[in-house]
Design a protein around this ligand. Structure first.
Ligand SMILES: [Ca+2]
Length: 395
């Protein structure tokens, strides 16, 4: 989830949470000093909702009517949060997960019929054979409350050339297919050109069918995937030209797929992902030429719905279109933030154009993820171990 400089690094690089942490602390100190305390209190606040997690990177629910909220720890556990604390272990894959930096257990997705079939899907980094991203399925035994580690069935394995930009988010769309985001493979600048290479799963949004199996695959290919039948292209691809789609989500009301794509050195971006589109990387970073630096060929590329530069943040974290009840004035707005600066914004589009673009707060927290509970309320997950609920300020 971190941004990085442009040099290549050999595997396995340890990331920079410490450096980022110091940077965030410095930013916080500067912001406190320069802020006239009494003036312009934020209209929104983050209310403490959970604590005691180790490097949490996702918060989600199972959609099974149980009301459970799950928190994914990068080291390899999925915990049920109750009364603001880690209450039960839903899944422990720590013995299989290679973690650190941008590696680790990066997400869990519950099958749309999880309540009936107990199937869930994880995305994690394994060091078992070099450095691989693994998508696998696990099952909760009938009547059980936990995913059984022995039930693990590997669905997809993708060799990672570098330890960063693993993407790692996956979730089911309203169409029942599993969407998986993979980054460009890492290093800096996409040295192997994965983003634009339709023969690679790196730098892509994938769409697969976990309820069927195509010949030779552990999953099915939806017939209307855009590159089915295109010579040299992987049929799993739904959209391409992504750098590191760390977090994305579907608007539960409209089905729109919102994705935050982490930038290189200059621009962070928000994309609305649509079938078969090319989101530009590494020809473009945001709405600007990257390779070459000027005069790049932008034909056929889809520009971000929104971008921001280094004055606002360094590493975008995708959020959700708010469909909860606690903050009515945010209904229908896409809420997202930045891992480095802790700023949180709302964005509304109309006909593809930005209609509203508002900073809700400058939290100064290392936002690793946003998540929703079963009621649609929005939470902010911060990397140092906490969960917060976004609410209207109480005053
Ligand atoms: Ca782009």
């Amino acid at each position: 989830m971190t941004t990085d400089e442009s040099e290549s690094r050999p595997p396995v690089r340890q990331p920079r949470p410490a450096a980022l942490g110091a940077w965030v602390a410095l930013l916080a100190a500067i912001a406190l000093l320069s802020r006239p305390g009494a003036l312009g209190a934020d209209p929104y606040e983050l209310v403490a909702a959970g604590d005691g997690f180790k490097h949490p990177v996702q918060l989600t629910h199972a959609g099974d009517g149980s009301g459970r909220t799950f928190v994914v720890e990068q080291e390899g556990r999925v915990l049920v949060m109750r009364d603001g604390r880690p209450a039960e272990t839903f899944l422990d894959l720590r013995s299989k997960v290679y973690h650190g930096g941008e590696c680790g257990l990066l997400s869990i997705a519950f099958h749309p019929k999880f309540r009936e079939n107990g199937r869930c899907f994880v995305n994690y980094t394994s060091a078992e054979r070099g450095l691989d991203s693994i998508v696998s399925e696990l099952t909760v035994p009938k009547g059980g409350q936990k995913a059984e580690p022995a039930s693990e069935r590997e669905i997809l394995r993708l060799a990672q050339p570098y330890p960063n930009h693993n993407g790692g988010m996956q979730l089911f769309g309203p169409d029942g297919f599993l969407y998986i985001g993979f980054g460009d493979g890492g290093a800096g600048g996409d040295p192997h050109g994965h983003g634009q290479n339709l023969g690679s799963l790196l730098g892509k949004m994938l769409r697969i069918d976990v309820d069927t199996r195509a010949p030779g695959l552990a999953y099915g290919i939806p017939a209307d995937n855009p590159f089915v039948g295109t010579p040299g292209a992987r049929p799993e691809i739904w959209a391409y030209g992504l750098r590191n789609p760390w977090r994305f989500s579907f608007d539960p009301a409209t089905g729109t797929l919102w994705c935050a794509d982490v930038g290189q050195n200059r621009f962070e971006e928000i994309d609305v992902i649509e079938r078969g589109k090319n989101y530009g990387w590494n020809v473009m970073e945001g709405a600007h030429c990257f390779k070459p630096e000027s005069g790049c060929n932008t034909q056929g590329l889809t520009l971000p719905a929104k971008e921001y530069g280094r004055k606002k943040g360094v590493c975008v974290t995708g959020g959700h279109v708010y469909r909860g009840k606690a903050v009515p004035d945010l209904a229908g707005a896409y809420i997202y933030g930045d891992f480095g600066s802790g700023r949180i914004w709302s964005l509304r589009l109309s006909g593809g154009w930005v209609k509203e673009d508002r900073e809700l707060m400058h939290s100064k927290k290392p936002i690793s993820s946003f998540g929703t509970d079963e009621a649609g309320e929005l939470y902010v997950v911060t990397y140092e171990g906490r969960v917060w609920q976004l609410k209207k300020s109480s005053e």
